[in-house]
Design a protein around this ligand. Structure first.
Ligand code: ATP
Length: 134
């Protein structure tokens, strides 16, 4: 399969760069699988694992939302936060998960509830990506 360049960039700098055959990401509109030659596209992403595939190899990056852009045979993901499995501090993610769960169990207004829900999603995503790559 033909390959192309894919990268993940955050405000703190680049997180991932690779020559890939396919990028699989969860967009707000559903799952996207991007092959070489895909038409230009901009899509908002959900909090989730983005998969970069080349042959038998698959790299995972935990992405906390953001935008996926397909342009001139390149895929760029701009994310507020993103980590490769090696960058994930599993203890921090477990603690964030517990904190968010506690907040969700207590009675709160809608805004705090939504924030806790998103924090829980980010933590679970990091935990999944960390364990998936072990
Ligand atoms: P926490 O409550 O632990 O800060 P969070 O989901 O609120 O988690 P974010 O706001 O998404 O954190 O991210 C802030 C910064 O910290 C980003 O640079 C992100 O990559 C990094 N980060 C957050 N959690 C982890 C983690 N478990 N391991 C490594 N880096 C993390």
């Amino acid at each position: 399969m033909r390959t192309y360049e894919a990268s993940v960039v955050t405000p703190d700098g680049p997180v991932y760069h690779g020559e890939v055959e396919m990028v699989i990401a969860k967009a707000k509109s559903g799952e996207l699988g991007i092959l070489y030659g895909h038409i230009p596209l901009v899509a908002p992403l959900e909090i989730g694992a983005v998969r970069f595939k080349k042959g038998e190899q698959e790299d995972l990056v935990a992405v906390s939302g953001g935008i996926l852009e397909v342009r001139s045979d390149q895929v760029t993901i701009l994310a507020q936060a993103a980590e490769t499995p090696e960058q994930i501090d599993i203890r921090r993610a477990e603690e964030a998960k517990q904190r968010a769960e506690r907040r969700l169990q207590s009675h709160q207004d809608d805004i705090d509830f939504k924030r806790a829900e998103l924090a829980l999603k980010r933590a679970i995503n990091r935990i999944d990506v960390y364990h998936h790559s072990r």
